[in-house]
Design a protein around this ligand. Structure first.
Ligand code: UD1
Length: 449
């Protein structure tokens, strides 16, 4: 779904220059969560007034969602890292194919459009680089709430005469479809029971935000969520929680370089499955005064078998960063990717750095411990790109990671953060790194308007 023009439509791939071999060390604070912020932004559209997301991450996906909300008539602006969304007159009902193509999660706006306007049209989100990513469960829940959906050439057109509460069972656990159902049901008439829901923490955060807006929800974080529809929601105002995937990525970077880091604001209890694996690899961690100290100096053991799973299992989003760490420890590790069918793309690039990885369908076998050497590699997607940065920090010599456009979709300051921990990493200002200039311009523009 994301083409090589990048999210902001700027031509050229940014480059990151990394010289590996230095253990990371120091204290770091984690940005707001991308996957929590995006549905909260969608929720803001359910209130005809100004909602706020405090500590919102300044990342391309957030800017993209902002652009989409603006295209619907919202007025948005930033004050520091607080994002204000005035949806008083955001009565547009069409999200173009171009926009759903840029960011697949804009699909969750369909239920919000239905709730707000009784109709909505979104460009059909195609497959993407990590797999097919169908939307059948999104449509299933919206139909269950009383909407009609027609698939037109390139579009999904939905309409309803008021959404009506219902009992709906997802055939498959999906984060996005669960969020879709919740967003559509909070102002539907009557009671909704959603069964076989995804339990990811971002769903819990969305429900907390919606409750602040006046929604009546019970059971988030469990597989059965009950919602009593309310007539109207008020303004949302909440701090975006720290990003568990970014925290995990930085712990992986420290482990790959045999370093030790302190996370000032670790996500509470959201990283348990990851930390269990980290400990098996020889990483140590303790929580102290609200901080997480992750000491990766003892990282030495392979992971004989690991499956990615829905929460509370090991997150698919940390599969590639973990793979980068596993290339640095002697012995054979095996990862089974159960969520997305094509999420081992980073493996080919890691192999160019000297890693020995065999991918067969949804399984990757990593024969670790062979020295990594710096070279030019290309990120093809967000988390795979982060994995390349991790491997480059552990490798001997210089690497150039192309395609930072993908990485900036989810990481606000990955270069600055890792450099502050002692990594030799910098943005190549000679190229359109991160399309950073464009992003900075955007921030300025939003702050002025
Ligand atoms: C979200 C996260 C993403 C994470 C993923 C899995 C956001 C913005 N993105 O994506 O970072 O990797 O959860 O934890 O929060 N599926 C269907 N039918 C559907 C919907 C999904 O078959 O209607 C399948 C998908 O193809 C996939 C699996 O269900 O195989 C899980 O997808 P889902 O949980 O929906 O992921 P997203 O919400 O897209």
């Amino acid at each position: 779904m994301i083409n090589e023009r990048g999210l902001l439509g700027v031509k050229g791939l940014g480059e990151i220059r990394i010289t590996g071999g230095r253990p990371l060390k120091g204290t770091i604070s984690i940005q707001g969560s991308k996957n929590a912020a995006l549905p909260m932004m969608a929720a803001a559209l359910l209130h005809k007034g100004v909602s706020v997301l405090r500590g919102c991450p300044c990342i391309a996906d957030v800017f993209c969602m902002e652009e989409i909300l603006r295209s619907l008539g919202a007025v948005t602006w930033w004050e520091g890292d607080n994002l204000y969304l005035d949806c008083s007159y955001a009565d547009g009902t069409v999200i173009s194919e171009e926009n759903t193509g840029k960011m697949r999660s804009s699909m969750i706006l369909l239920g919000v459009l239905l709730a707000r306007n009784g109709k909505g049209t979104v460009g059909y989100p195609g497959g993407c680089v990590i797999g097919k990513r169908p939307v059948d469960q999104h449509l299933h829940v919206l139909k269950g709430l009383g909407s009609y959906i027609i698939k037109e050439e390139g579009f999904l057109e939905a309409s309803c005469i008021g959404l009506k509460g219902s009992r709906i069972c997802f055939e498959k656990r999906s984060v996005g479809a669960t969020e879709q159902g919740i967003l559509a049901a909070v102002t539907a008439e009557g009671k909704t029971t959603l069964l076989n829901c995804a339990r990811e923490p971002e769903i819990v955060w969305l429900c907390r935000y919606l409750r602040r807006m006046g929604a009546e929800i019970k059971g988030e974080g469990k597989s059965c969520i009950e919602i009593n529809g309310v007539k109207k929601l008020k303004a949302g105002d909440m701090k975006v929680p720290p990003d568990r995937i970014v925290a995990g990525t930085y712990i992986c970077a420290a482990a790959a370089t045999r370093g030790s880091i302190i996370i000032e604001n670790p996500p509470e209890g959201e990283l348990d499955a990851f930390l269990k694996v980290y400990r098996k690899m020889g990483g140590q961690y303790i929580r102290k005064s609200g901080k997480l100290i992750a000491d990766g100096r003892g990282t030495a053991y392979p992971v004989p078998y690991l499956e990615t799973e829905v929460y509370p299992g090991f997150p698919t989003d940390l599969q590639s960063p973990l793979m980068a760490v596993l290339t640095t420890v002697s012995g054979v590790s095996c990862i089974q990717e159960t969520i997305f069918e094509d999420r081992f793309r980073a493996a080919e690039e890691l192999k160019r750095m000297g890693a020995r990885i065999t991918v067969s369908g949804r399984q990757a076998r990593i024969a670790g411990g062979f020295p990594l050497h710096g070279c030019r590699v290309a990120a093809g997607e967000l988390r795979g790109g982060a994995a390349l940065i991790i491997a480059a920090l552990a490798a001997q010599g210089e690497s150039i990671v192309e395609g930072s456009t993908f990485i900036c979709r989810g990481y606000q300051n990955i270069c600055e953060d890792l450099a502050a921990l002692g990594g030799q990493i910098k943005k190549d200002t000679g190229t359109a790194f991160y399309e950073n200039i464009e992003i900075q311009k955007k921030i300025k523009h939003y702050r002025q308007t």
